[in-house]
Design a protein around this ligand. Structure first.
Ligand SMILES: Cc1cc2nc3c(=O)[nH]c(=O)nc-3n(C[C@H](O)[C@H](O)[C@H](O)COP(=O)(O)OP(=O)(O)OC[C@H]3O[C@@H](n4cnc5c(N)ncnc54)[C@H](O)[C@@H]3O)c2cc1C
Length: 379
């Protein structure tokens, strides 16, 4: 997010704008952007999320044009493929989402059980009532490479990086004046953008601002299967599991339900291996009988930056501290939305309002008013 904001600020503001990205971990060892599943979908329930993904896809699928520096190749390893959402109970949400997506020209198709079975013969479909398959604008890519490419491009057009941690934010009346860093630097700024991902709540607290964004650990499992399957779409199963092809193997994970324990800040160096045996594997084997014989090869964990109110991002200025901007709480779909969010913040700062896309539904003000802007296609 920080790199995307910097990139669009420099693209639009040129030499007239000074941008410094403060980052204590330039290798992104713990950053969600590097630990994500690196996938992009158009299948959201909210039109604005679809539009943000459309721009994300434009940038990711045309990375050379957007992110190339000096003709060096940009390889994000983008694999165009679809998400396949399955409904086993009520089909209402899938149908309502489909209507939103079709209105925006998203190539998405509803599949009845027979069609699903003939298209994906390796899938168990007896309990599936309806499925929704993306047929364009979706796929997966290397999240780490994407984050690095955004940073590299931003740097090439003049954004600066400062290796340090923000440890203080100086407030003066209804504005922020400066950030203090753990290397003793004091950085004065006209505006400060909180792009601290799962750590955004603690950065906001430095300005005395409450930001309900929680670092929730998600473990991703890589596994192989002795039966050769074709490239699978990214299957979203109502049980709570998802999986997709990853080269010759697969990756998958479990999304906790509303009644599951989902504490904050669990250690990243302890992926939840028990979850695989207890929940993920049975669900995978139910949906794909060949996965009975799968073999777990690797697991890693990263933090979702969860905004529990509505699982949607918080983007834009604080209502009282107008030069503090948020680009936080994407709740597991932020990588694909980074270009649209970065462009939006740049427009807000340089032109004084939303331009390319109206991002006002993500306003911080909705928290105070208790207005949820719910995203229903949550993974
Ligand atoms: C397992 C997993 C799977 C995911 N799958 C997908 C997916 O398929 N598609 C998708 O679009 N999204 C996915 N996401 C979500 C996506 O990764 C995030 O929404 C996105 O990467 C958030 O980007 P960010 O820049 O806000 O956060 P990060 O990438 O975490 O970056 C935040 C940065 O802030 C820095 N920071 C922290 N504290 C401070 C401080 N005090 N001062 C200065 N800097 C600080 C950190 O060092 C870090 O580098 C997934 C996430 C996870 C964990």
């Amino acid at each position: 997010m920080g790199s995307a904001v910097a990139l669009f600020l420099k693209r639009q503001g040129g030499a007239g704008v000074d941008v410094t990205v403060v980052e204590p971990d330039p290798g992104l060892a713990r950053a969600s952007s590097a630990l994500s599943a690196g996938s992009i979908r158009q299948q959201f329930s909210n039109a604005i999320n679809v539009r943000m993904s459309q721009f994300g896809h434009e940038v990711i699928a045309n990375a050379q044009a957007w992110l190339g520096v000096d003709d060096e190749p940009v390889d994000l390893g983008f694999v165009p493929s679809g998400y396949l959402f399955l409904a086993t109970g009520s089909t209402g949400v899938l149908e309502a989402n489909h209507a939103v997506q079709r209105d925006l020209g998203v190539p998405v198709r509803l599949l009845a059980r027979d069609e699903l079975a003939s298209r994906f013969p390796w899938l168990r479909v007896e309990d599936v009532q309806l499925a929704s398959l993306g047929e364009g604008g979706e796929g997966w890519f290397d999240g780490y490479a994407f984050a690095r490419a955004l940073a590299r491009k931003a740097r090439s057009i003049g954004a600066r990086w400062h290796r340090a941690r923000v440890t203080g934010l100086e407030r003066e009346g209804d504005r922020l004046r400066a950030a203090s860093l753990d290397d003793g630097t004091r950085l004065e700024a006209d505006a400060i953008v909180n792009a601290a991902g799962p750590w955004a709540r603690s950065v906001a607290a430095l300005a005395g601002v409450a930001l309900p964004v929680h670092a929730r650990r998600r473990t991703v499992f890589a596994f192989s299967c002795p039966t050769t399957l074709p490239l699978t779409p990214l299957v979203i199963d109502p049980s709570g599991c998802w999986f997709r092809s990853e080269g010759h193997q697969f990756i998958g994970a479990w999304t906790p339900g509303e009644h599951d324990d989902d504490p904050d800040d669990l250690p990243l160096d302890e992926p939840d291996i028990a979850l695989f045996e207890e929940r993920l594997w049975p669900a995978l084997a139910h949906r794909v009988p060949a996965f009975e014989a799968l073999r777990l090869t690797r697991a890693w964990a990263g933090y979702y930056e969860v905004h529990p109110l509505d699982h949607n991002a918080i983007i834009g200025p604080h209502p009282e501290l107008a030069n503090l901007l948020f680009v936080n709480g994407f709740s597991g779909h932020g990588l694909q939305h980074a270009p649209a969010a970065g462009r939006g913040i740049a427009e807000w700062l340089l032109e004084g309002g939303w331009r390319s896309l109206d991002l006002s539904p993500f306003a911080y003000a909705r928290l105070a008013e208790g207005h949820a802007f719910a995203e229903l296609a949550v993974i």
